[in-house]
Design a protein around this ligand. Structure first.
Ligand code: NDP
Length: 447
């Protein structure tokens, strides 16, 4: 019964039902450990069976995307939208196009998104969606045709006050433009139904940069809390996408020495630190290049190391910004042995459970993505606000708001995650602070 719920009971219930969904179970496990004591101590949370309800998505939409490519061939892909929880606002979370996308991955991302969105303090629920479509090497026309077909089904289930998707891996400004255009044509409505839109049609300044910049604002708050600074620190960054490049750019602006970027094919290493000119060049040219990092190496911006990840490089700070489970137990050990003292996640769940536990056991600063990468969705929330008001705020105002939101998330994590001798368990702090907000909203709204 709900009143007796505890970690083992809830986790084994989920494990039995969803035993093949490893990413989803991993994400739930990570949160349950911290929130069960809070749940057990609150009679309202127990009476309303909050944890079980919070772990299960409110709705999952599955559809087949059958589309004709530019060569006239029929292609068939799978599409999903996981609408996880709407107690705090419209479902909100990105769309991912990648061959590794499956229901387990999207359920983990949607679950995480609810906690992340709750931390921002903005009225947003959590969701996630996407497709197993692989856009790599596709023509612009194929991308448009796929996006249009995907939206023909998705449009039935979303709306400015219902569910507001954004981008994620392989879904950037171009894809959001095509998706938005199809929504508008089908519904004859101009509304804030997607975020990450172009500036000319309801987009917000700073949205593109927000996740990476926000990550560094969070790092700044951590450094201030520890009476240190980013200036002079050696930083390894994984990934070479939206999050990684904007994090690298802001880190360099703050005086950090960013020595790596990476992608699924290898590593770019520059021992003396990448310049802001090199990173800006990568941002501008990444979508038109097969492998932007190899091109940078050819232009003497570093050396290219095939099939390598950044975790063996000596550093003070590691920022995993590529994808889930990219940093495992062995990598964590290498980072610790090499003196790394801070790991802040730019990607969603890039550190495995074992890697996270090692960082926390060794009492180095480890910040989960739901706190440190929340800047992207926070700016999306501000984009929704601007769309509702039919206005567009200035970049400097939004950048300041982003900074304040990240500093507030840092404070929320510290107040719930501070343990003996001043050590902050950011994972625990983020889980508990967001859980309380979500649980209170659910209790207040009844069953
Ligand atoms: P992009 O598509 O812009 O970039 C992804 C980067 O990660 C690419 O460099 C890609 O390399 C690399 N990558 C992908 N899969 C792997 C892999 N298996 N091993 C190594 N590298 C890999 O995505 P984003 O930068 O937008 O997103 C990155 C992460 O940040 C994701 O976890 C996403 O969920 C998260 N995130 C993104 C937000 C946003 O606003 N964009 C907001 C919050 C979180 P390659 O090109 O070779 O595939």
């Amino acid at each position: 019964m709900a009143q007796q719920s505890n970690f083992d009971e809830i986790y084994s219930f989920l494990n039995e039902k969803f035993e093949n969904e490893s990413e989803y179970l991993q994400a739930v496990h990570e949160v349950l450990e911290d929130i069960i004591p809070i749940y057990n101590a609150n009679s309202d949370y127990k009476a309303f069976d909050i944890v079980r309800r919070l772990c299960l998505p409110e709705r999952i939409i599955y559809f087949t995307v059958s589309w004709m490519n530019s060569s006239g061939e029929i292609e068939v892909n799978q599409g999903w939208r996981v609408q996880h929880n709407s107690a705090m606002g419209p479902y909100k979370g990105g769309l991912r196009f990648h061959p590794t996308v499956n229901l387990s991955v999207l359920k983990f991302l949607a679950f995480e998104q609810c906690f992340k969105n709750a931390l921002t303090g903005l009225p947003m629920g959590g969701g996630k969606g996407g497709s197993d479509f692989d856009p790599k090497g596709r023509s612009d026309r194929d991308i448009m045709l796929f996006c249009q077909s995907f939206m023909r089904e998705l449009q039935r289930h979303i709306g400015a006050n219902t569910d507001v998707p954004a981008g994620d891996i392989n879904v950037g400004a171009r894809e959001i433009g095509y998706l938005y255009g199809e929504y508008r044509r089908l519904n004859n409505r101009f509304e804030g139904v997607l975020t990450g839109k172009g500036l000319e049609f309801g987009g917000s300044y700073v949205r593109t940069e927000a996740t990476g910049f926000g990550l560094i604002y969070f790092l700044q708050a951590v450094c201030q809390h520890q009476n240190t600074q980013i200036d002079g620190k050696t930083i390894v960054v994984s990934g070479a996408g939206n999050v990684a490049l904007h994090a690298a750019l802001k880190a360099v602006e703050k005086g950090g020495k960013v020595v790596t970027l990476s992608n699924s094919r290898g590593l770019l290493y520059n021992a003396s630190g990448l310049t802001d000119t090199a990173i800006k060049w990568a941002i501008e040219n990444r979508s038109s290049s097969g492998n932007i990092l190899e091109e940078m190496a050819k232009d003497d911006m570093g050396t290219w190391e095939e099939n390598k990840t950044p975790w063996h490089i000596e550093c003070d700070i590691a920022l995993p910004c590529a994808t889930q489970n990219e940093l495992g137990e062995k990598d964590a050990r290498t980072l610790l042995n090499n003196g790394c003292r801070m790991v802040l996640e730019g990607a969603n769940m890039p550190c495995t459970n074992k890697a996270q536990a090692m960082f926390i056991d060794e009492k180095i600063t480890y910040v989960p993505g739901k706190a440190s990468n929340a800047g992207g969705v926070a700016l999306s929330g501000l984009e929704m606000g601007q769309n509702a008001m039919f206005n567009q705020r200035e970049a400097s105002v939004l950048d300041e708001q982003l900074y304040t939101i990240m500093a507030n998330i840092h404070e929320r994590c510290v107040s719930e995650g501070k343990i003996e001798s001043g050590f902050v368990n950011y994972m625990k702090g983020a889980n508990i602070a967001s859980f309380r907000r979500l649980a209170d909203a659910m209790v207040a709204q009844g069953v």
